[in-house]
Design a protein around this ligand. Sequence first.
Ligand SMILES: Nc1ncnc2c1ncn2[C@@H]1O[C@H](COP(=O)(O)OP(=O)(O)OP(=O)(O)O)[C@@H](O)[C@H]1O
Ligand SMILES: [Mg+2]
Length: 266
Amino acid sequence: MEGKIIVVTSGKGGVGKTTATSSIGAALALEGNRVAIVDMDIGLRNLDVVMGLENRIVFNIVDVVQQRCKIEQAAIRDRRIDNLFLIPASQSDNKDVLTTSGVERVAKELRKQFDYVIMDSPAGIERGFENSIIGASEALVVCTPDVSAVRDADRVIGILYSRSLTPKLIVNRIEPARVRRGEMLSHEDVMEVLSIELAGLVPMDDKVLISSNTGTPLVLQNDSKAGQAFRRIARRINGEENVPFEVPTDKTNMWSKIGKTFGLRQ
Ligand SMILES: Nc1ncnc2c1ncn2[C@@H]1O[C@H](COP(=O)(O)OP(=O)(O)OP(=O)(O)O)[C@@H](O)[C@H]1O
Ligand SMILES: [Mg+2]
């Protein structure tokens, strides 16, 4: 059976695409899948650092598309998580070096070799974004609870629909205390405006920064609320039913936790 290609996108920059790609990819591998995460942010390159694999890069996705090497030569195997591979971006090229037919050919090959391929897209809706949706059969839109992120996500969702992709939503960096103080949109506001199916809710969590600075997978940190949220998203993607949508809370009180935990239809 052929694997699935999932593109992670957002419109606005800095909302958590790379964090989501690395975490969901790692979590899907922990669920027993063979997973490739691909950095399509050509010219910048981030995913390798977040995963702590920057010292092991030999070839990159541009080399694969331009047939200078095979997928197997560019894919870096993660030594901490079985069946997890990273195909890094190139830092020296610009995004125009990738041709549609070249990316299509590689996407087809990736589907043969992996159960899941997660594409980390660059911010914006230009060429780099277009390159990363080629070959994708599913899309995740990451959005933070702020007005500009929601507006950009809305635009991207429209584009994805026009390419026959039905995106699902990840609301990231949720901060309940700031929502209560009226400083931030709630995740319900975001969900209502964008009105697409929910993939998951991810809280603001200091462990995210620590994990990306030290190159340790967030999902291996059992005390990370964001890591747990990404693991639940991966289980849903992997077809598990009735994985609860835990609403982030800053209260440690048990009653508050029980009250705020509910199961939404998937
Ligand atoms: N849930 C979270 N809690 C705390 N910090 C987070 C969370 N998600 C992401 N971050 C932080 O936000 C910053 C941006 O995240 P990330 O690089 O994943 O965004 P991006 O959408 O890939 O950005 P770009 O558009 O530049 O590629 C990083 O410093 C990351 O550690
Ligand atoms: Mg990024």
